[in-house]
Write a protein that binds this ligand. Structure first.
Ligand code: SF4
Length: 473
């Protein structure tokens, strides 16, 4: 530290057991003397250069007008110590700094210097939205430093999400009608649809039109639970998880040392798969090239297998349990696929041939159809077709991306596959547990998506800093 500390008179309060009163003793000490040599905050101060905060915030402060501002680095440190020591509110951070010499030392405040008021910090965060990018930059800066120290290799990146309670009660929820949006992978599916239609023409000799426009014209509406106090949060309803308004922190951890290398925040009603590919691609292109990725069953969606394969990233994922929702009595497993002839064989020994490529809002599917004549005279017809079937022929579908998924899942029994899943469990779940227990990842006191994102970023930053400093010991 380059700051010079004034010598202060300090006093020591001794309460005598005999009840004769209190003795005050004067000492000649500086805050520097009181700060233990091996304290974590000394190591943090030496390791983390926050000078970039001045660059990022320079245009937010006027040099001519207004009162002298709170030093933006002090503001960042103020919040950092809150997340580092699991202090949930800015009011409590202020109280802790007032009485904790180590925190004062870290913030560069002398023993009797006034601690910035918690309401001033809150106002600053609210009124200067430009300050927000500081937290994303801080996260990236810490990841960069971890990489410089060889703590991140990209050998295996494990992803998972955790819920963080929003500052909104279930009583504030109402049912809102909203337009049904195309899936997040809508644009991405465009090029695969083109490619698939070319392939369809080769395999069947039939040309089909793209369904893109047709689906985009859909005016379907859906209902969702929205909170009037925090409309940007989302109603989470997952088995085994608390119901209500939440945000989700989607994190990717490098499994060498548990450094969080990617973080996306979404409302609590978003599927885990939605931000996954963008996050993995961002890390792969901008942070560190990834060799392998691991994830639980929520990330086993066909497109992920294809995209990761194209990037040359091994994908170790727990397979999604198959739920056959066919209304007919004869389920899908009664049919077998013959790869050489590219047909499904039905229980009556007939073929279901490739017919078309179906595009939904979130996927692409090969459609196989039986011959109407075969089904009409079939003794199994009642078991095979739904009562209201208008087509008069059995239909089966499989994802356009099935081959990539099968290539990945074929390695399920391999030792490295199982090891990758074990590493995912250790690092993802262990990281969330540590963040929830010690670093404020249980609930968000502020409202709105941006506040939620800052909150999750700061929690990830302090965990990375702890792991970085511990690794340096
Ligand atoms: S109804 Fe059609 S698809 Fe089903 S078993 Fe009979 S012939 Fe096969």
């Amino acid at each position: 530290m380059t700051k010079s500390f004034k010598v202060r008179l300090n006093y020591d309060i001794i309460k005598e057991q005999g009840g004769e009163g209190m003795q005050l003793r004067y000492h000649m000490v500086t805050i520097e003397d009181l700060m233990p040599a091996g304290h974590f905050l000394r190591k943090l101060e030496a390791a983390l250069d926050l000078s970039f905060v001045y660059e990022e915030t320079a245009q937010m402060y006027s040099r001519k007008h207004g009162r002298p501002p709170i030093d933006p680095v002090v503001l960042v440190k103020y919040l950092l110590v809150g997340f580092l020591y699991g202090i949930p509110s800015e009011r409590q951070i202020e109280q802790r700094i007032q009485t904790d010499v180590a925190l004062r030392w870290y913030l560069g405040l002398d023993l009797l210097e006034r601690v910035p008021d918690h309401s001033t910090i809150s106002q600053l965060r609210r009124r200067k939205p430009g300050f927000r990018k500081v937290f994303r930059r801080l996260f990236e800066e810490v990841v960069r430093q971890c990489m410089e120290r060889g703590l991140v290799s990209g050998r295996l990146a494990a992803t998972d999400s955790t819920h963080v309670k929003a500052s909104a009660s279930r009583e504030s929820e109402y049912l809102a009608e909203v337009p049904e949006e195309p899936g997040v992978y809508w644009e991405r599916l465009d090029s695969y649809e083109e490619e698939g239609l070319e392939e369809l023409a080769c395999r069947t000799g039939r040309r089909r039109k793209k369904r893109t426009k047709q689906i985009k014209r859909d005016k379907r509406r859906t209902h969702k639970r929205v909170s009037s106090t925090d409309p940007e949060a989302g109603h989470m309803n997952r088995p085994g998880k608390p119901r209500g308004q939440h945000y989700l922190s989607h994190q990717t951890v490098d499994t060498d040392n548990g450094i969080i290398i990617g973080l996306t925040v979404t409302p609590g009603d978003v599927y885990d798969s939605a931000p996954y590919l963008e996050q993995i691609e961002h890390i792969h292109k901008n942070v560190i090239p990834l060799q392998a990725a691991a994830a639980d069953a929520a990330y086993d969606f066909p497109l992920a297998h294809r995209v990761l394969e194209e990037h040359g990233i091994d994908f170790f994922v727990r397979p999604q349990p198959v739920h056959d929702r066919t209304a007919a009595e004869l389920k899908r497993d009664a049919f077998s696929y013959d790869e050489t002839q590219d047909v499904y064989l039905c229980p009556n020994g007939k073929h279901l041939k490739l017919h078309s490529l179906r595009r939904s809002a979130s996927g692409l599917y090969w459609v196989y159809l039986a011959d109407k004549q075969d089904c009409r005279s079939c003794p199994l017809r009642k078991k095979c077709l739904r009562e209201k079937d208008k087509r008069g022929a059995r239909k089966l579908e499989h994802s356009y991306f099935t081959p990539a998924r099968q290539r990945h899942l074929a390695r399920w029994d391999d030792a490295d596959y199982q090891e990758a899943l074990k590493m995912r469990q250790i690092w993802c779940e262990g990281t969330f547990a540590a963040q929830k227990w010690r670093h404020n990842l249980i609930r968000i006191l502020r409202r709105g998506f941006e506040a939620a994102e800052d909150h999750c970023l700061l929690s990830a930053v302090v965990l990375n800093l702890k792991r970085m400093i511990r690794a340096a010991l």
